[in-house]
Design a protein around this ligand. Structure first.
Ligand SMILES: NC(=O)c1ccc[n+]([C@@H]2O[C@H](COP(=O)([O-])OP(=O)(O)OC[C@H]3O[C@@H](n4cnc5c(N)ncnc54)[C@H](OP(=O)(O)O)[C@@H]3O)[C@@H](O)[C@H]2O)c1
Length: 282
């Protein structure tokens, strides 16, 4: 039997844990966590993702705000907005919705976020902490993937796992987190030779390449577990990097929508809570 691994269920579990912790916050009369999101331009997908983040904040009782800047905004204007958020004592977590328009230096902008408010672990300081195992919060999407494995009791210890994609927000940190779980991880990218032939050897594959339905379910080993991080809107329908029509040869897979996406947002909430807690305890 092939298992459809629901990220929505994983997200609900994380939200229940957050709600339970917030009960203690209420007793302590602590101010609820606040997440600030910077959204630049009118990219429809980004608008939808930010909408989901706002809704989850609302559902949990977090404060949230979205700072909307037009697509022509200058780098220095974005940086000045971030600096204001860094200084604002009510703001616990900051998220810069990516991608930014091409005239903006993404690294420079991300680096402006205070490491103590960096809700997606994207500053150099926090990426370094991720390597040394001292990060206060983990990158949302890769951490969400680990939560899916745990929820569905997929054993990672000693397993040969393929991660396809080496971006700083998904592939590289996922490589790191899986290594920390004692898996043996192979990282593939666009220059990898004979990719489709090679992935037939892996029991667990995480795909994050940003190419709609680049793989078919039958490209993987029989009984493989496949995580699809990709999200694409094609003719008003959401799809991933994998076409799972012939999913029956797989042991388990994450659908799009309803897979990695909802888990990512729940981890963003968990991170905001953790950063806020640290500030409340100071
Ligand atoms: N579910 C979520 O919450 C969530 C969160 C973030 C991203 N996403 C989605 O995940 C996907 C990946 O995002 P990203 O930000 O990591 O993308 P990205 O920055 O574009 O990186 C894509 C990576 O895939 C590699 N790649 C591209 N084509 C390939 C191919 N044909 N074979 C092997 N590797 C290939 C690239 O290799 P090179 O390094 O060699 O160029 C690169 O490392 C996108 O669809 C994005 O929308 C979803």
């Amino acid at each position: 039997m092939s298992e459809r691994m629901s990220g929505t269920l994983v997200s609900q579990k994380i939200q229940t844990e957050i709600a339970a912790e917030l009960q203690i916050w209420i007793q302590k009369k602590w101010m609820m966590p606040k997440l600030s999101v910077i959204l630049v331009g009118e990219d429809p997908a980004s608008q939808v993702y930010v909408g989901h983040k706002e809704k989850m904040c609302q559902a949990l009782g977090f404060s949230s705000e979205v700072i909307r800047l037009n697509a022509e905004v200058s780098e220095s204007e974005i940086i000045s907005e971030i600096q204001k958020l860094n200084l604002d004592t009510h703001v616990d977590g900051i998220l810069i919705q990516l991608p930014l328009p091409s005239h903006i230096n993404e690294r420079l902008v991300l680096e402006t976020v205070s490491a103590d408010k960096d809700a997606d672990c994207l500053t150099e300081k926090n990426l370094g902490r991720l390597l040394t195992g001292t990060a206060k919060v983990l990158p949302c999407t890769p951490s969400g993937v680990i939560e899916i494995f745990k929820f569905y009791k997929i054993n990672l210890l000693g397993k040969n796992i393929a991660v396809i994609g080496r971006s700083l927000i998904v592939g590289l940190p996922l490589f790191q987190l899986l290594t920390k779980e004692n898996a043996t991880v192979t990282l593939f990218h666009s220059k990898s030779e004979n990719l489709k032939q090679q992935i037939k050897n892996f029991d667990i594959v995480c795909v994050a390449i940003g190419k709609p339905e680049f793989f078919k379910a039958t490209d993987f080993k029989v009984d493989a577990v496949v995580i699809d991080v990709g999200i694409h809107r094609i003719e008003n329908k959401l799809t991933g990097d994998v076409n799972f029509t012939e999913f029956k040869n797989l042991k388990a897979y994450t659908p799009v929508p309803g897979g990695v996406g909802p888990t990512t947002i729940a981890i963003l909430m968990k991170n905001t809570l953790a950063l806020a807690k640290e500030r409340r305890q100071k």
